[in-house]
Write a new protein. Structure first.
Length: 432
């Protein structure tokens, strides 16, 4: 892929898309398998840059990860106390999930380690994990009063369970605490302001660790070992499916079947919102992939209408707001996004980036401190836009371009972070 890609408009998207593996679940599968003492096979793993950052970090601590021709992984864990001190700095690349989850896992180990990442990751807030982990008796330090990576992690002496009220709904923070809590000398109770994705809790259960949920609180008892399943089949990522859900909704004459989409209720805010906007979406073939629910989804073109997306649903669609902003530009009336200030600390400030880049195409979109106000429907023009080196920005801009007058996207290769085949899949679905 070059430094710039030009997306030309299409008259329709038709076909079947096999949705690539879920990024969140892929990370967790490698981390937990690395702590087990038998082999785990992982199928439909997301072979994208973020998940490879996790593989490389776990390999640096002695975990063996092999890949067959079909892309399935075989992971030979080192046992619950078997990770070894990495020789060098661990590089989480662009991946917030890798660095934040590893703070919890590494904080509880009896060896020294250092975690860093790319320029974007080194600007993202780390105090949110360091604060609760410090309460657990762990010692982590970072730049600027421990607000940013690189992070130095001192060998743990003792890990203490805590009761913690999370100030933000964040699955990464929750998971960092839960990973450290596995090694604690007493139970940990975490309370969330709003439910965030629960893949860690579900995967803990898959590895024989019971997690109890009572209302907004999660309780974890420490363990001495993890019991690995023989096979983990990763569901498709609804956050990747989201681009096709929106594209097929707003491009006339479209009909797509999205195969193997994870429909964990902590992730399906995008389905609820698009349906409320009037989208033609049918969920079929519901089934289980381990402890995660999956389904196929049929989506066709329809006239959307604007709605208000309130704070309480944000954690269930946190990564989908850039593409939902595109949907809103094609909807009748105003769409308002509220309570989404967390978007300012993602791979880029997504509220700012969405407003700036879609604005270049002529969109009437206004940034508010915690969200967006979007007026639809809009006549969008061809424009030269920038991905901000953010995978979800690049794909959202591509969807806007394919549905309108085309778009040029600078630095499109960041799609490798979560959906390396995105542009190739688009070429296969377009009808012109
Ligand atoms: C993720 C949690 C979310 C999400 C990210 C993946 C995870 O981040 O935005 O893409 O795998 O736990 P926060 O926990 O910071 O909200």
């Amino acid at each position: 892929m070059g430094e710039v890609i030009t997306i030309t408009p299409t008259t329709g998207l038709v076909g079947t898309v096999h949705i690539p593996g879920d990024k969140s679940i892929s990370h967790r599968s490698v981390m937990l398998a690395g702590l087990a003492d038998s082999q785990v096979k992982v199928t439909n793993f997301l072979h994208a840059a973020d998940c490879w950052s996790t593989i490389n970090c776990m390999r640096a601590m002695g975990v063996t990860v092999e890949q067959d021709e079909e892309g399935a992984l075989t992971i030979a864990g080192r046992g619950f106390y078997g990770l070894r001190e990495p020789d060098d700095v661990l590089d989480a690349g662009n991946s917030g999930t890798t660095i934040r989850l590893l703070t919890g896992l590494l904080g509880a180990q009896s060896f020294f380690s250092v975690l860093t990442g790319d320029a974007s990751l080194r600007k993202r807030p780390m105090a949110r994990v360091i604060t609760p982990l410090t309460k657990m008796g762990l010692t982590l330090m970072g730049r600027e009063q421990s607000r940013y990576a690189p992070l130095a992690i001192i060998p743990a002496k003792q890990v203490t369970g805590i009761e913690y009220d999370m100030p933000v709904a964040s699955a990464q923070v929750k998971s960092a605490i839960l990973l450290a809590a596995l090694y604690a000398d007493s139970p940990t109770i975490i309370t969330e302001p709003l439910p965030s994705r629960d893949h860690t809790e579900r995967m803990f259960e898959t590895f024989g660790v019971p997690v109890t949920r009572t209302g907004a609180s999660i309780t974890l008892e420490p363990v001495q070992k993890l019991t690995a399943p023989e096979l983990i089949n990763i569901p498709g990522d609804i956050s990747s499916a989201a681009f096709w859900l929106v594209a097929a909704s707003i491009i006339p004459n479209s009909r797509l079947t999205l195969v193997n989409v994870g429909i964990n209720p902590t992730r399906t805010g995008i389905l609820d919102v698009l349906k409320q906007m009037g989208a033609d979406i049918t969920v079929i073939n519901e089934r289980w992939s381990g402890r995660e629910p999956v389904a196929d989804i049929s989506v066709g073109s329809s006239q959307l209408k604007g709605i208000t997306i309130g704070a309480e649903i944000i954690p269930r669609l946190i990564d989908e707001i850039p593409v939902l902003a595109v949907a809103a530009l094609f909807a009748e009336g105003q769409t308002v996004v509220q309570g989404a200030e967390e978007l300012r600390v993602k791979e880029t400030d997504r509220l700012k980036a969405v407003t700036l880049e879609l604005g270049k195409m002529g969109a009437a979109i206004t940034e508010t401190p915690d969200g967006l106000v979007i007026e639809g429907p809009q006549q969008l023009n061809f424009a030269a836009c920038y991905s901000h080196h953010d995978h979800r920005m690049a794909m959202a801009l591509a969807v806007a371009g394919m549905a309108a007058q085309g778009v040029e996207i600078a630095e499109p290769d960041c799609v490798k972070i979560s959906y390396p085949d995105f542009f190739a899949v688009f070429s296969g679905l377009r009808q012109d």
